[in-house]
Design a binder for this molecule. Sequence first.
Ligand SMILES: NC(=O)c1ccc[n+]([C@@H]2O[C@H](COP(=O)([O-])OP(=O)(O)OC[C@H]3O[C@@H](n4cnc5c(N)ncnc54)[C@H](O)[C@@H]3O)[C@@H](O)[C@H]2O)c1
Length: 496
Amino acid sequence: MADWWDADGRRHRKQFANAAVAREHEHRETALAHAERATREMKLAARTGGSKRSQPKRDSGTIAPAKGKLGVMIPGMGAVATTFVAGVEAIRKGLAKPIGSLTQMGTVRLGKRTDGRSPKIKEFVPLAGLDDLVFTGWDIFEDNMFEAASNAGVLDYRLLEQLKPFLSSITPRAAVFDHNYVKKIDGPNVKKGKTKMDLAEQLRDDIRDFKKTSGATRLITMWCGSTESYIEPTEAHQSLKSFEKALRENDEMIAPSMMYAYASLMEGVPFANGAPNLTVDLPVMLELSRKNEAPICGKDFKTGQTLMKTVLAPAFKARLLGLSGWYSTNILGNRDGEVLDDPGSFKTKEESKLGVLEHILQPGLYPELYGNIFHKVRINYYPPRGDNKEGWDNIDIFGWLGYPMQIKVDFLCRDSILAAPIVLDLVLLMDLAQRCSELRGLGIQEWLSFYFKSPMTVPGLYPEHDLFIQLMKLKNTLRHLKGEELITHLGLEYYD
Ligand SMILES: NC(=O)c1ccc[n+]([C@@H]2O[C@H](COP(=O)([O-])OP(=O)(O)OC[C@H]3O[C@@H](n4cnc5c(N)ncnc54)[C@H](O)[C@@H]3O)[C@@H](O)[C@H]2O)c1
């Protein structure tokens, strides 16, 4: 017997041969339900002549202005966090450009292709300005952000020197840490408390203190901490009541990242998860997020290899090219690589990376093309490379009459350089979500899937992994919020 969830989030029990078959059944049922709904809506639109007429502007609620400072709180002040904060300061000083950031450089087309309206996203929706960002964080090491950035070795020392006074002023608060969840590291800057509830209360004090001392009007928590060991949800994670009981009883299934998430959401602060840990991907967090109108999103930044995977796989499916195998391997030498050298942390990352192909290629719908894929992901800790990861992919595809072909991708990337603009966008868009009456009570912000390897969705809804569907979803959400027509790319009106 296994559980599956339908498109409305209702749980059902049924006999399945194994978990994969259960998941396949769930995807098929969900796809069918959504297809039926779409057909109903199209019929309705056709009856009311809606397909040719431009849609009326709908009231999509209000968006409060981005007034005052926005406080960014980062558990885990390592390579990604310091590259992000140093980058923001460098951009503010006019020393560099926000390359890779959709909110800073991206545009959104409005209306017809012939209208010539493509404002910058940051001019279209009211986002916080970079000058309004203030920062704090937690880490198990005592290094300030200048020292941590120097150790991470991502940014050039000449750039860091110019940012030294600012970066040195940001020192980490004592962390909530459990060595059982991150086996490869240990540090002295750790909170003490009798119970996990005590520790969570201390985090809540930190949040209130930062809000007061920084003068921020709004806050965001952005998890950039290490990847924790793999666990599955238990009874303790099912409701606020059971979670708080588990906190008081020091339940070992409550990971540190969950305590940060609980503390943030209790304080009404949105929480974004950049690592593959469960953290906010739990019923209790969804409940708390909706109750306190503090949006959540995650998980695991989509930066290097998975970014490429979610670009290439949709191309194969679009052309009905088959896939027999995809072997992905990485060499990585930063602290993240060291943490992922532990089998428990690696398993969390592996799960996050593996789901992508199945969801994009839909083997249930295309069994001859994608019914038998050998998909392998490896991460090897290799210190000489530091943060400059090398991600290799060997892809075995087949075409017309089954003839095999190969593609090799060798991405010599920079992990934190790819992650930092994602952090910036998430901070600004999560703040937007909380200022927006239509989004703030939804809990999961699925429209931000664009940024994640393993996007969160409500139970029963499979995630969208295709990068371009994700981008369309994000931009259409912005259009919708501003009462602009959604862009479907139908384009018949140009030939009318
Ligand atoms: N860089 C990327 O491309 C990328 C992509 C996807 C996900 N991620 C994830 O982002 C996270 C950060 O990556 P990174 O390269 O900055 O790693 P990092 O090791 O440089 O930094 C992580 C920091 O978190 C701290 N930490 C660990 N547990 C903590 C806790 N409980 N409380 C406070 N601090 C804690 C560590 O001491 C460390 O300084 C990792 O989980 C990584 O898997 C990174």
